[in-house]
Design a protein around this ligand. Structure first.
Ligand SMILES: [Zn+2]
Length: 352
């Protein structure tokens, strides 16, 4: 029996020599260590042996089994190493091939323009103040001197939110960034009602109007608004700040002019034009032959608005202004259709 075990071991080890891949390894394991392999049959035959033979044969069979298992493990490692070497050799990697390009994202043109405006005002000491897009009628209109049913509301077709019966104070999507003026003033004045601190902020963000979507009007657009409130602020400060902004934005030599205008929340109100940067003021289709481009609206904060923000209008004054980044881009790049901005057309967006 011991000779037979020796033979089983030698046969198995000899067979293992010719094993070259994983499939052959599996087959070898079944044949030589599997349930019905010769060595396992020796184990199952132990019961038929004499008391004296049993431990001797059992021990010898166990030794063969351990030897074969060790040989299998060793062979498995060798086969793996060979396979790896082979695959490295065959699937050679050409590191000189150019890699696949990574598509780099970019900021939306409106965001780029918005940040340009914010950077300029940040240099002049303005802080950015962001405010909610869903507003109440009270903050979006009434506190800004648009009483209910006031005809000035006609200028801002409004998207209302169905939020149940709220009387004269329905919820709406803000039609301009100006409600942020009320939030910021109330925030500052509530901390120190007797002596509210001065304010110098820019308010950027998306606004919404119930407009028919055409080449010239969209239901959503960005606005940047500015607000300065304090003691002894005059129209001269407004003109100086905005003229300086125009020079930083459009070039040191750009000329500006102010025209009287009307907004409910400022008094007096004005619109600022810059010299047409397409034709240099000579006259062209972009400036409609006038030589001037209107770029923002502005004015001195209306006393009622100051009061609604918690600032005593007999002591405090302020100025405010607002502009549209999309309009500035349209002028600068002669974009003739505002719908490009939110149309998600990559051919448009990738140009910026
Ligand atoms: Zn022009």
């Amino acid at each position: 029996m011991l000779d037979k075990l020796k033979e089983i071991e030698q046969t198995a080890l000899a067979a293992l020599e010719s094993v070259k891949d994983q499939a052959a390894l599996d087959a070898w394991r079944v044949a030589h260590l599997g349930r019905s392999s010769p060595v396992m049959q020796v184990f199952s035959g132990l019961g038929g042996l004499s008391k004296e033979e049993r431990p001797v044969v059992g021990q010898a069979a166990n030794k063969v089994k351990v030897t074969l298992e060790a040989a299998l493990a060793e062979r498995t490692e060798a086969v793996k190493a060979t396979a790896l070497a082979k695959s490295l050799e065959e699937d050679e990697l050409d590191v000189t091939l150019p890699g696949r390009g990574v598509r780099v994202g970019r900021l939306h043109p409106s965001t780029q323009q918005l940040r340009l405006v914010l950077d300029i005002f940040a240099e002049m000491g303005f802080q950015v103040y962001t405010s909610r897009e869903v507003e109440t009628d009270e903050i979006n209109f009434q506190a800004l001197n648009f009483p209910p049913h006031h005809p000035a509301r006609e200028l801002q077709d409004t998207l209302y939110i169905d939020a149940g019966e709220r009387g004269d104070n329905p919820l709406l999507l803000r039609t301009h960034t100006s409600p942020g003026q009320i939030h910021s003033m109330r925030e500052a004045s509530s901390k120190n009602p007797e002596n509210p601190p001065p304010i110098r902020i820019v308010l950027p963000g998306m606004c919404f109007r119930s407009e028919q979507i055409t080449a010239r009007s969209e239901v959503q657009f960005n606005q940047v608004e500015g607000l300065a409130v304090g003691e002894n602020i005059t129209f001269a400060d407004l003109k100086g700040t905005l003229s300086d902004f125009a020079r930083r934005m459009f070039g040191q030599d750009v000329r500006t002019r102010f025209r009287a205008s009307y907004f409910p929340f400022t008094e007096p109100s004005a619109e600022m034009d810059v010299e047409c940067f397409v034709c240099g003021g000579v006259g062209c289709p972009v400036c409609k032959q006038s030589g001037w481009l209107e770029i923002l609206g502005c004015g001195m904060v209306h006393p009622i608005v100051l009061q609604n923000g918690g600032y005593n209008p007999s002591r405090y004054t302020g100025y405010a202004f607002g502009m549209g980044p999309e309009r500035q881009l349209m002028l600068r790049y002669k974009i003739d259709d505002i719908r490009y901005f939110w149309g998600n057309d990559m051919r448009f967006l990738e140009q910026f």
